[in-house]
Ligand binder design. Sequence first.
Ligand code: FE2
Ligand code: FE2
Ligand code: FE2
Length: 186
Amino acid sequence: MKSTAAVKTASTLANLQAAYHGESNAHAKYLAFAAKADQEGYGRAASLFRAAARAEEIHAGNHAAVIRKLGATPECKIEPAPVKSTAENLKVAIEGETYERDVMYPAFIKVAQEEKNAAALRTFRFALEAETEHARLYTAALKNLAQVKPATKFYVCPVCGYTAEKADFARCPVCHHPKEKFEVIS
Ligand code: FE2
Ligand code: FE2
Ligand code: FE2
C-alpha cells in the first residue's frame, strides 16, 4: 500500500511535469512568434517574444531541477505551434499567460502548499509572477501594435524569469537577484 506522503508527492510531481511541458512549449512557440513578428516588421513585439521565451526557458529549467530533486526525469513533447499573424499570435500568447496566471499556477501552488513542498512552491511562485508580467506586456503590445517600433530592450531575471521593460529597481522585485545580473534581450 502506498503511503499518503508518496501519493501527495506524486501529485506535485505530476503538476511539475505538466508545468515543465507547458513552459518548454511556450519557449518554442514564442521563438516562432518572434521570427514572424520580425518578418512583419514588428521589432518591439519580436523583442518581447524573445524575452518571454527566455523567461519560459528559465521556468522550465527551474521546474526540471525540482523534478530531478524528487527523483524523476523531466518529460515534455514539443508540439509545433501554429504561427499566424503577429496580432493573432499575441492573442494566443495572452490567452496562455492568463490561463497560467489565473488557473494553472494558483492550482499548482495550492497543492504544493498542502504537500509542504517548498522547492515546488518556489518555482511555481516565480513562474506565476513572471506570467503576470507577460500577460500585461503582451496586452500592451497588442494594443500598441499599429505603432511599429524597432527592437526594444527587455530585462529578464536569470533566476526567476521576471521580465521587465525598464530596469528601474536595484534588485529583482520577485527573487531579489541584483539588477546587474539580469539578461538584456532585444
Ligand atoms: Fe513561464
Ligand atoms: Fe510567460
Ligand atoms: Fe528574479
